[in-house]
Design a protein around this ligand. Sequence first.
Ligand SMILES: Nc1ncnc2c1ncn2[C@@H]1O[C@H](COP(=O)(O)OP(=O)(O)O)[C@@H](O)[C@H]1O
Ligand SMILES: [Mg+2]
Length: 260
Amino acid sequence: MSFAYMRGIDQVYERDGVSYTALRGFDLAIEEGEFCCLLGPSGCGKTTALNLLAGFESPSSGDIVVAGREVRAPGADRGVVFQSHDSLFDWLTALENIEFGLRMGGASTADRRATAERCLALVGLSGHGHKRPHEMSGGMKQRVQIARVFANDPAMLLMDEPFGALDSQTRRVLQRELTAIWETNRKTVVFITHDIEESIILGTKVAVMYAGPASRIKEIIEIDPAMGHDRNSTQFAEYYRRIQMLIEEEVNKTLELELH
Ligand SMILES: Nc1ncnc2c1ncn2[C@@H]1O[C@H](COP(=O)(O)OP(=O)(O)O)[C@@H](O)[C@H]1O
Ligand SMILES: [Mg+2]
């Protein structure tokens, strides 16, 4: 049995009195320690899938299991990182933001501070713990969000285009850091992106979705760890071509739907 799985998921929304099937027969299995990138054209249902795993939404039908337990609600075993930095509390410092969840969990002051400092260091922000969100760049805020999730030590990390709003330089730095953190911790990760390059660099596997409506996984590409996250390798170029082709077919379908 896989560490986490979504099986036979249908997700139907009501939109202006009309029902819209975002996912139909969606299946995805994630093994422990895997870094699974979920890739697909805009609007295909990536966020829907992640929200279901996070327990923010309930599926219209199907099973969702994480670490042997059925997902019914959000839980501390699943840490979520979004694209925007809005989820940081403006009136708290970086360290206080990171500690926040631990405070809710009832850890002692000293333990909380030590954990927060360690997680701040993990994302390369030692010495910046006193800063408040308005004193930080977008990249720094995103690091604090990642540190905050790590502080809670979840079994699984769910990330929805966490680097989507960042400039390409910052994005590359954070990709490198996330890879380094993952190599140390080997957390199970589901990472949404629409950036093919990012998915190949970060993922141990890339799950490509069909265009919506009624989306599901189209193909799963296992990434050879021997590639070593190297953008210049021939393997990278091969993965890129293959995934690009898979996505292009889907984007074309979406465009055709919009034209008719
Ligand atoms: N709460 C909702 N109510 C109605 N429609 C929704 C809701 N959430 C998502 N959708 C629709 O489901 C589809 C998939 O959305 P989403 O999962 O956000 O796509 P992605 O993250 O791949 O861009 C879109 O057509 C979107 O408009
Ligand atoms: Mg989305």
